[in-house]
Design a protein around this ligand. Structure first.
Ligand code: ZN
Length: 150
């Protein structure tokens, strides 16, 4: 377990595509734990993608206060509805804006043991899942901002 260096705006790695994880082993579990440790050092952190700690693997951890979720190779398989809300990113601490996102999403992934899981997210969780899974493709929330807020 260790805190890793967070990558910030301007770092090329945030724009790169992360690679599929083929084997979920102890190294991957250790990385997921490190991501969680790193997330927990951020007062407003809800989630983090591996590229945000400089590793180009398709991994996400989420902790929105009601349990930790660790996702390996997550992908969005369904969306419905729309929501507008304020969105930000740990890697872009000086920027926040109103974004338009689906209200509900369905995500297929593997857990930290390599088992297939399905999860559904609504409202904040839906926004979070979209945001993090986009990070894995080198995309950031700025493209969804309809108006920036101070
Ligand atoms: Zn982010």
């Amino acid at each position: 377990m260790a805190v890793r260096q967070l990558r910030y705006e301007g770092d090329e790695i945030l724009r790169k595509k992360c690679k599929e994880v083929t084997v979920v082993d102890d190294k991957i579990r250790e990385l997921l734990d490190d991501m969680l440790d790193t997330l927990h050092t951020m007062p407003n952190g809800a989630a983090i993608a591996a590229c945000q700690v400089g590793v180009l693997k398709r991994l996400v951890v989420i902790d929105m206060g009601n349990g930790v979720i660790k996702l390996v190779n997550p992908k969005i398989t369904g969306t419905s509805g729309v929501q507008e809300s304020i969105e930000g990113c740990l890697s872009f601490p000086d920027k926040a804006g109103i974004t338009v996102r689906p209200k509900k999403v369905t995500v297929q992934a593997q857990n930290e043991f390599g088992e297939e899981i399905l999860l559904e997210g609504e409202d904040l969780m839906a926004k979070c899942l979209c945001h993090e899974i986009e990070h894995l493709d080198g995309r950031v929330f700025l493209e969804h901002v309809i108006s920036f807020v101070d």
